[in-house]
Design a protein around this ligand. Structure first.
Ligand SMILES: *[C@@H]1O[C@H](CO)[C@@H](O)[C@H](O)[C@H]1NC(C)=O
Ligand SMILES: *[C@@H]1O[C@H](CO)[C@@H](O)[C@H](O)[C@H]1NC(C)=O
Length: 348
């Protein structure tokens, strides 16, 4: 004979596993999920870009003479979820350098962005939602790289910038530094300017943010790296990034520890340090000020801080290259920056 309390306990016991199944869905999700259709969409784009680049690289070898007459370009990849406040400053930067660059903008479709005109018009790429502390920023970066690879075989360097970034030099200065400054590397003519660090105190927390052993075997802790997501990659490395499936499988996992979740600061440096460490400088060309940072955000410059002296200070680096870009600047810095653009920023 079974009695009612027994059935109640049994029912409770049986429903316990269901609780685990449903509770995560009932709690409000703080994060944008990468859906299967979005993932497949990206894969198709990456595959198209890979096949086109491989085909074209083979074709261009057979007509080197033709390629020699045409200049390589820098692809500027704008990653944003707000208006491009500094569009007028960038417009001056690009002015009169027409055949030497391309612009691509990935803008979070959920944010209402006023499309900037001039050199930016028509430069928005097919974009998806992005969110801090989630792998969506990696996806956005890869989408930009793939679109730029597909769009123009002359894109030779790929520079990621955000809406809070400004240039610290003229376009010509940056172009000449990237393409004509001799680099001591016996393997390739160009190297990627990407920060790759391994001795940072927060590294273990970042490594275990998705759970203790989940990154294994693809990413052992001693190969896990950290660095800024604002980098300048060569075409060869842009291809490495969009062809990767192995590391992406791990880095796309959601974090349990949201305070240590910055996948975009780890995916690119870890992947490139595994694939081609000698082809990377291990430092970035984008200056950022971490003094007095709050909540993972670096110092944001305000209009009162903008001066010729600040620009000179921000350019100074410990590498053989001067810093080319800087972040973060608040939107109201636009006018003070425009005031010193011709006389200071674009004077080399
Ligand atoms: C970096 O930011 C701090 C404030 O957090 C400021 O005092 C300092 O001057 C900044 N450094 C540079 C080089 O701008
Ligand atoms: C250059 O190196 C020195 C000494 O390691 C360091 O204090 C300084 O912050 C570095 N400057 C930059 C711009 O990274």
């Amino acid at each position: 004979m079974f009695n009612i309390p027994f059935f109640l306990s049994l029912a409770l016991l049986l429903s316990f596993p269901l609780l685990f199944l449903f509770v995560p869905r009932l709690l409000p999700s703080r994060h944008v999920e990468i859906s299967l259709p979005d993932e497949l969409d990206d894969l198709a784009l990456f595959r198209r870009a890979t096949l086109a680049s491989i085909g074209r690289d083979a074709a261009s070898i057979s007509r080197l003479g033709d390629a020699a007459n045409r200049h390589p370009k820098i692809a500027f990849l704008f990653l944003t979820n707000t208006d491009l406040h500094f569009a007028p400053l960038w417009q001056l930067f690009f002015q009169n350098n027409e055949p030497l660059y391309n612009i691509y903008i990935h803008a979070d479709p959920s944010s209402k962005i006023t499309p900037p005109g001039g050199v930016f018009s028509g430069r928005f790429i097919a974009s998806k939602r992005t969110e801090r502390a989630s792998p969506t920023l990696i996806s956005a970066g890869r989408r930009l790289l793939a679109t730029a690879l597909l769009d123009d075989p002359l894109n030779a360097y790929f520079a990621v910038v955000s809406q809070t970034c400004i240039p610290l030099h003229s376009f010509k200065y940056i172009y000449n530094s990237l393409f004509f400054k001799p680099i001591s590397s016996s393997f390739s003519m160009y190297r990627s300017f990407i920060e790759i660090l391994s001795d940072e105190p927060q590294l273990w927390d970042r490594y275990t943010a998705r759970g203790k052993n989940v990154m294994l075997p693809e990413v052992p802790f001693d190969r896990f790296r950290i660095g800024s997501q604002f980098f300048v990659l060569t075409r060869q490395h842009a291809l490495v990034v969009i062809r990767d499936r192995r590391l992406w499988r791990k880095f796309k996992l959601p974090c349990f520890n949201l305070d240590s979740c910055y996948p975009e600061e780890h995916y690119f440096p870890t992947l490139l340090s595994m694939e081609d460490p000698d082809g990377c400088t291990h430092y970035t060309l984008t200056r950022v000020n971490w003094t007095g940072s709050v909540g993972g955000h670096p110092h944001t410059y305000r209009p009162a801080e903008v001066s010729p002296r600040l620009i000179q200070e921000l350019r100074v680096s410990n590498s053989s290259y001067s810093f080319m870009f800087a972040r973060k600047f608040s939107p109201d810095c636009l006018q003070p920056l425009l005031d010193i653009a011709e006389k200071v920023i674009f004077r080399d």
